[in-house]
Design a protein around this ligand. Structure first.
Ligand SMILES: *Cc1c(COP(=O)(O)O)cnc(C)c1O
Length: 397
């Protein structure tokens, strides 16, 4: 276990990511989906957890695929020497194709136009290697993907291009967050029917469609591979706890004071003390991604107890009312995660902010140092490759 007194650079607030639990989550999913192939979506900085450490942990437990949204994310992975198959889920543009080829990335093809981009680049660059593609089929998300009725022409085109290797054929579920959802059942039905027709032509293709909801609620959607994101990170809400959260935010109390009755707290005095009380200051704010809409609504944990945020959250700090209880500068508070028997979950914050937990997560930024429990290294900057071991970081001080 890392000594928490030794937080890198003594920054008073930090994120903790439990990589050991992340690996347990993947094992649990693998057992649950009965050893189907696993693709872990790690777009948007691995849902805010940090792209490279999460990718490495996923590779260590033998996932079959990593999926990202865009070329830039995939290149970061390759530059970090991640050799696992990488599927880029998002759209492609002609001037990107050369990089997809050079970095050995699986490309999503969702129209004839996109297939032509690849074919044109292949010929222009006089490539010799095959190019791996996954064809995305539209079954109800209405985002990207070719309609089943127009896909015949695309597949004919692909078959005329021997350098296009169909690694996979996939679709995306729009409404899979409750059991027996009729629309999801229909999407599954459409895709299975389509699969029966097309699989003879592409016998090696991996068919996949299950996001977290599909993976958890719809076994018939597992097919050859599942793509659970939220479920792998442990905050997809399910009836039984198949996986657990791996993300916490902690901080050290930066200030303590006693405030008299009738005093306004923070900008515009949106909270006024109703009696003499004790107020502590927490050194994190919306400049770190801690949402301003938690002003006068959110909570922190101190000594295993919940205390309310009072007044507006500032860019770098906010205040908490601890009533008649005591606290000391330097005490550890938990903003997301567990302390004693209490827990503040991302889902709770999401409800208070009227959003989804993924949005809360991806908003935390690089000002908060990230501490990765289980590998003994800390990772400082998001979306860059300046990972260093904690030891090296300390020596640099
Ligand atoms: C983001 C994404 C997923 C994962 O979604 P979760 O709801 O986090 O499980 C799977 N497939 C595609 C195409 C995605 O864009």
């Amino acid at each position: 276990m890392i000594n928490l007194q030794a937080i890198p650079y003594e920054h008073p607030a930090w994120v903790e990511v439990d990589l050991a639990q992340f690996k347990k989550n993947i094992h649990a999913i693998r057992a649950y989906v009965q050893n189907k192939k696993i693709c872990i979506p790690i777009k948007a900085n691995a849902y805010g957890h940090g792209l490279i450490p999460i990718a490495k942990a996923a590779v260590e437990v033998g996932v079959d695929y990593l999926a990202v949204s865009c070329l830039q994310e995939a290149i970061l992975l390759r530059q970090a020497k991640i050799t696992c198959s990488i599927l880029v889920l998002g759209p492609i543009y002609p001037n990107q194709i050369i990089h997809f080829i050079n970095y050995d990335l699986d490309i999503t093809v969702s129209s004839i136009t996109k297939a032509r981009y690849i074919s044109d680049a292949f010929h222009q660059l006089q490539c010799s290697q095959a190019i791996k593609i996954h064809v995305e089929i539209e079954t109800g998300m209405q985002r990207t993907g070719i309609r089943i009725e127009s896909s015949g022409e695309l597949f004919d085109y692909i078959e005329q291009c021997p350098f296009l290797k169909v690694q996979g054929i996939y679709t995306h579920l729009a409404t899979a967050d409750d059991k027996n959802n009729a629309f999801t059942l229909n999407q599954i039905h459409l895709f299975l029917e389509f699969k029966e027709k097309i699989k003879l032509r592409f016998p090696k293709a991996i068919f996949h469609m299950a996001n977290s909801g599909g993976s958890y609620y719809f076994p018939q959607s597992h097919l050859d591979m599942v793509r659970p994101g939220k479920l792998a990170f442990g905050y997809y809400q399910t009836e039984t706890a198949l996986t657990s959260p791996i993300f916490s935010i902690k901080a050290h109390v930066s200030y303590f004071k006693v405030v008299k009755k009738g005093q306004g707290i923070s900008y515009n005095h949106q909270f006024t003390t109703s009696e003499e009380t004790r107020i502590i200051t927490i050194p994190i704010g919306y400049g770190d991604g801690y949402r301003r809409s938690l002003s006068n609504k959110g909570w922190v944990l101190l000594n295993g107890k919940r205390y309310p945020i009072v007044g507006m959250i500032c860019m770098d700090q906010f205040m908490v009312n601890i009533g008649q209880d005591s606290a000391y500068v330097g005490d550890e508070v938990v903003l997301v995660g567990k302390q004693g028997n209490e827990e503040i979950t991302l889902n709770e914050l999401a409800r208070l902010c009227d959003t989804v937990s993924s949005e809360i997560l991806v908003n935390f930024n690089e000002r908060l140092p990230h501490l990765y429990l289980d590998t003994n290294y800390s990772y400082w900057e998001f979306n860059t490759l300046k990972a260093s071991t904690f030891k090296e970081a300390s020596q640099g001080l």
